[in-house]
Design a protein around this ligand. Sequence first.
Ligand code: NG1
Length: 548
Amino acid sequence: MAAELPIPIFTSLDKALPDLQTAAAEGVRYDSMVKEYESRFGHKPTYIARAPGRVNLIGEHIDYVLFGCFPAAIERDILIACGPSQSASGTSTPSSHPPGGVKAENLDPKYKPQHFIPKFNSALGPSAAEEADAASNVHAETSWHLDIDKRELRWESYVKAGYYGVLSRFFSSTTEHPVPVDLLVNGSVPSGSGLSSSAAMVVSSTLAFLAVNNKLDGITKGQLVEMSMENEKRVGVNSGGLDQAASVICTPHSAIFVDFFPRLSAEPIPLPTPRTIPRAVFVCANSLVVSDKVVSAKIHYNLRVVETLVAARVLANRLGLSLGPSDRPRIREIFSRWLGSPELESSPDKVKAGLERFLPEIEKLKPSPEGRPEGQLGITMKEMVEWSGLSEAQFHQVYLSWVDVEAEHFQLYKRTLHVITEAIRVLEFREVCLRAQAAEGELSDDTLRALGALMDASHESCSKLCQSSCPEVDQLAELARASGAYGCRITGAGWGGCTVSLVAEDKVDEFIAKVKEGYAPYKNLEGDKLREVIFATKPSSGAFGKLW
Ligand code: NG1
């Protein structure tokens, strides 16, 4: 199983990257980073941690309700060169380098150098830590204290998030000290674009701190995914595991079908791309609308998380499935209980058949139109509490005490309809890819049309039901279809960010030229500037470490 493999550590990039040409080009980047590290810190790094961004081909806003998604790693990535801090004599001394102190710098000058020292706080019990956290919006750890301010987006918060996980997992007593670390970050994943720069930062930071502290032995890819998911929550977004799984587990030439229930699992699925006929590639296009997921979490991302959680409870009530007052199941768990037998979800095909039968049950979440404005399918907070069957205090405790959300109407019906139909589309996409693999190059154009149609339907659902798109991204998706894409959809959290289009390989240049012509923000972009915002991607390697 892909998730059970160890984290790959390489001494040479030839083995780490998909082909020799990429390895040679990247080698130059790694070498210059090492030189820069040496000139800034006066010693060489011992290690470079690398984690890629990802493009989610299909399966949006369903990972946090535990349904499977279909991402591929992209070539753009985050590199963190790191090593124990050293004095001029080449040793690490506690006086000049306090235990665990971190000097973090970024090659991009807009991110200022940071120096922070974690504090071991044995006096703080778990509930005191949680109270401090809720009161100040600053994440307080039970035993380690290293402020992460959730109110604003700071680059070093992602470095700290990865560090926290390593500290709390491996340094829970005062007998062993974390080493002081110098690190230098170099990222090529555009931030706020839906290509998962945040997960790439957290995965590479977690990996870097594990490596510097000699804690990588025996850690599997699945464990790194789980640690990175926990770590990313410290920044303030209650994300699922899609991005971290893609960044850690993906392999070149394949996407993965990653599932989260009953536990994390990942299946590499070769894409019907460069090695098949007709050839096709995935093209990412950045709308240049930057969505700040952390800052807008209460009206966007975290709100979707809460809406789907409450929907799961209401569905359970209406399906006659009993829940304890403090239970907070996800929609996938309710679906599983409704199915009633593990045998009925023992394969992706069976899950798909089950979901198709489950679909009509979603109507149970539709509010009656009486006394409601025309077309309003959402319900108020008061109705939501009533529908949950909990007292107001219980409802607050279970669904609101740990997260800040804001809405006039909560869209339980629309979100759940999105979730179930999207989960079905992911499984269909997987099926089409597997059929294409079995056909070994004798692929018909119909395969690509089938994948494109699923991508278009996914976009429509993200836009209308999940409401995670925005006018610019909708326009870009429309334009992509008119410019010859088999299909196009928003990728990632949304409210801005990127689209991904499936395009015939021999039509890519023409496609890009047409999109450039039609999308006003691209009009004046040429050469590298244009390649920054619209580019074909090859599925790349997942996270690895490179010894130096
Ligand atoms: P991005 O696009 O990286 O912000 C977010 C979540 C995913 C997933 C998608 C929507 C994080 C780190 N990632 O992705 O888990 O829920 O949105 O499908 O929050």
